[in-house]
Write a protein that binds this ligand. Structure first.
Ligand SMILES: [Zn+2]
Ligand SMILES: [Zn+2]
Length: 290
């Protein structure tokens, strides 16, 4: 094993708890990527949706202070909403390095500070016990938590990044694309070559976690909303020749049985395309070993 991926939040848009979503989960996006190391594991977190609250509690239970790298795809609520409840923030000596893009010229730190403004939250960002370092990134490469990470902008409102993580010393790779509109619709400031560039960005990834929020029928009423159908996600995964596709960012309106049906249809679609790709749907608690 070179690293392990754990899903703490898989739902898009708004937390959706309750018996109808218990299997796939109701928390918004957060994924733990852990690289075992003899002198302490390196941990990267992808997004700070409500799933990050449970992850934060576990990190502190495993030993405080905590040192983590947190990658933010973009700052829509469902991807940062859990951060004010991220327990390592409140642990003296903990270090949290946050990587993400500015939004409309607004610094990421400013966005996080506003989210914890006294009119909506009791503890201000400047009152946190942990040491915070915010690093602005755009499309390109950087290194964090022992991974070589490539970032690419995708078709979603604001500056939204996809991430591809490969251990810095080589090995399998994991791609994370929570929110992305693969079809026509929307007005995104991206080059005409975007789609082929994106396929190359994902080429041969071992695991691709991708937005699969809609059924093909639902997509027709939601063009320009910044999301994809499971069918589009399957076509992309086949085109990029990834080994495994993980359907992600489940729609709040979809209960577990609906996600089951979408998964079946996605698997059938992959077979119809002549692909042997493994298709699964993300659920809270799911662990993948790469
Ligand atoms: Zn989202
Ligand atoms: Zn979004």
């Amino acid at each position: 094993m070179t690293f392990r991926v754990t899903f703490w939040g898989t739902r898009g848009s708004i937390p959706t708890p309750g018996p109808a979503t218990a299997r796939y989960g109701g928390n918004t996006p957060s994924i733990e990527v852990r690289r075992p190391a003899p002198d302490g594991d390196a941990v990267a977190i992808l997004d700070g949706g409500t799933g990050v609250a449970g992850l934060g509690r576990q990190l502190v239970a495993n030993g405080s202070p905590v040192s983590v790298d947190l990658l933010v795809s973009h700052t829509h609520w469902d991807h940062i909403q859990g951060l004010p409840f991220f327990q390592p923030f409140f642990e003296p000596g903990s270090q949290v390095r946050i990587w993400g893009a500015k939004q409309g010229g607004v610094d990421l730190e400013e966005i996080l500070r506003n989210q914890m403004s006294p009119v909506v939250f009791p503890v201000p960002l400047d009152g946190l016990a942990a040491e915070l370092a915010v690093q602005h990134i755009g499309a390109g490469e950087f290194e964090a938590a022992g991974f070589a990470i490539r970032a690419m902008q995708v078709r979603h409102p604001g500056t939204t990044l996809a991430f591809r993580l490969t251990p810095a010393d080589g090995g399998t790779s994991f791609a994370y694309v929570p929110d992305n509109e693969l079809g026509s619709g929307g007005d995104y400031d991206l080059p005409a070559s975007w789609k082929s560039d994106f396929v190359e960005f994902l080429r041969d990834a071992d695991v691709l976690v991708h937005d699969a929020m809609y059924t093909p029928d639902e997509l027709e009423d939601h063009r320009g909303w910044g999301h994809s159908s499971y069918m589009e996600a399957v076509q992309l995964a086949v085109e990029a020749d990834v080994k495994q596709l993980v359907m992600f960012h489940h729609r709040p309106e979809h209960d577990d049985d609906t996600v089951d049906r979408m998964l079946e249809q996605a698997r059938t679609a992959a077979k119809t395309l002549g692909s042997s790709i493994d298709v699964i749907a993300a659920r809270e608690g799911l662990e993948l070993t790469l």
